[in-house]
Design a protein around this ligand. Structure first.
Ligand code: PLI
Length: 467
């Protein structure tokens, strides 16, 4: 138990020592202005080497442990029946309880297989909030994706324990309206990335399960951040305070029929994923697709060494010293920003802090991308890379009226890679964000000068209005 082995000090420390380091490259303010201009004011187009602290994503950016690296040397690269697969399968089965574990090269590959099987025209797939690759994989099949986040989850300043919860009443109404034969699957994303990294309670998972059982619809988790979600349940939900995070995670998985998993998050690896399920017939069909698109069922798009690292990561992520440090370091960042009056989405999520750009730069209208203005200024000020989640990513123009339709929230995500940055890196980020906030009247809007028809945020080029 954690309580028996902690020191009497209040400070929560990184529960690891650093054995191998990677230098970060410092640039001058003038260099960063040039780099940003050359990248069309889009952080996705900046070279990583020109970034000091990279908070673009927590996906695939984890630092692996010595044991994971050692496991890489143990990787069995046999085409069929590699022992690395059986080690990974055993650990994943023990955690999830699923009968079938199908390895994929990352989360969206698991989604692609799943929705190829259950999607198609006229099908409707509900979730608390679909991540953009999940939505894209659903829509690619001709099906439609629907979000049923509870009302509190949509309010950026409401403080609540489980703002990722599914709106159960809306879910049931939706199934009745569409007809259960058109709803082939219910998904629940833990934690809810697109909604601020907010957790889902065990009670809500059980209620979603009850609806799934009532209408005989398979129920799957998008389990990318299952360990962070389980830790929040331990800390916030009555009856779970004395259970281990592993037991809580096992209970979460016990209510569902399967999961998609991007191992690039809570399996602490740089590449990997899997699809888990219980149904024999669906698993056979999934493996048939896997062989065509990913690889043989015992490697599925991964090297044996990746399977070893994933197996080890799935065990390490459940360490409660790690999770205590992980959740606290994100919360610490949020707390310090709030103390300085910086508007953030509350409460802090599990993997990221989301700045509320509407309140950060209220003088910039949505069609001039306030989030992008904050992202650019953070890079210019401190070499920090973040990502806009607002009108650039989700805004659209009405085809008939030509009017710009902004999304409900204008956010800037500061995603924290796992085990990568130390407390002083986070203190540096806090200083930079506060500095940008204090100079917020100087922020100016941006216009798009070129964009792709789909997922424009990755490649669009911008120009500041004051250029
Ligand atoms: O990047 P993938 O294909 O391994 O995983 C896709 C994916 C699925 N579900 C959720 C909730 C995600 O957050 C997710 C990937 N997230 C990314 C890349 C992120 O930056 O948040």
């Amino acid at each position: 138990m954690l309580e028996q082995s902690v020191t009497p000090m209040k400070t929560i420390i990184e529960p690891f020592k650093i054995k191998s380091v990677e230098p970060v490259r410092f640039t001058t303010g003038r260099e960063r202005e040039r780099i940003l201009r050359e990248a069309g004011y889009n952080p996705f187009l900046i070279r990583a080497d020109d970034v000091l602290i990279d908070l673009l994503t927590d996906s695939g950016t984890s630092a692996m442990s010595a044991k994971q690296w050692a496991g890489m040397m143990e990787g069995d690269e046999s085409y069929a029946g590699a022992k690395s697969f059986f080690r990974f399968e055993k650990i994943a089965k023990e955690l999830t309880g699923f009968k079938y574990i199908i390895p994929t090269h990352q989360g969206r590959a698991a989604e692609k297989i799943l929705f190829t099987l259950v999607g198609g025209p006229h099908k409707c797939i509900p979730n608390n909030t679909h991540f953009d690759t999940t939505r894209a994989n659903i829509e690619f099949t001709g099906a439609q994706a629907f979000d049923f986040l509870n009302p509190l989850g949509k309010d950026p300043v409401a403080i609540a324990d489980f703002k990722g919860n599914m709106d159960i009443t809306a879910l049931e109404r939706f199934i009745l309206e569409k007809g259960r034969e058109n709803v082939p699957l219910i998904m629940l994303t833990v934690t809810n990335n697109a909604g601020g990294g907010q957790p889902v309670s065990m009670e809500n998972i059980r209620h979603t399960k009850a609806v799934a059982v009532k209408y005989k619809i398979p129920f799957f988790l998008d389990a990318c951040r299952f360990a962070e979600n389980a830790f929040f349940i331990k800390k916030r939900e009555k009856g779970y305070e004395h259970k281990s995070v592993k037991e809580i995670a096992q209970e979460m998985f016990s209510y569902v029929d399967g999961c998609t998993m991007s191992a690039k998050k809570d399996a602490l690896v740089n590449m990997g994923g899997f699809l888990g399920m219980n149904d024999d017939e669906t698993a056979i069909r999934a493996r048939n697709i896997l062989v065509v698109t990913e690889g043989f069922p015992t490697y599925g798009g991964l090297a044996g060494r990746d399977l070893e690292a994933m197996a080890q990561g799935l065990e390490e992520v459940l360490d409660e010293h790690y999770l205590t440090y992980r959740i606290r370091s994100v919360e610490y960042l949020g707390e310090k920003l709030l103390q300085a009056g910086v508007p953030i989405l509350q409460p802090p999520g599990g993997h990221a802090i989301y700045l509320d750009a509407k309140r950060f730069a209220p003088h910039i209208p949505s069609e001039q991308f306030p989030g992008q203005a904050v992202v650019c200024e953070l890079y210019k000020m401190g070499g920090i890379r973040s990502v806009e989640i607002g009108s650039v990513m989700f805004g659209r123009t009405d085809k008939i009226t030509g009017k710009f339709i902004p999304p409900a929230l204008e956010l800037v995500r500061l995603a924290i890679p796992r085990r990568v940055y130390t407390q002083s890196h986070i203190d540096y980020v806090i200083e930079a964000v506060i500095e940008v906030y204090q100079r917020r009247p100087e922020l100016c809007g941006y216009r798009i000068v070129s964009e792709a028809p789909l997922l424009r945020h990755f490649t669009a080029r911008f120009e500041p209005f004051n250029a």
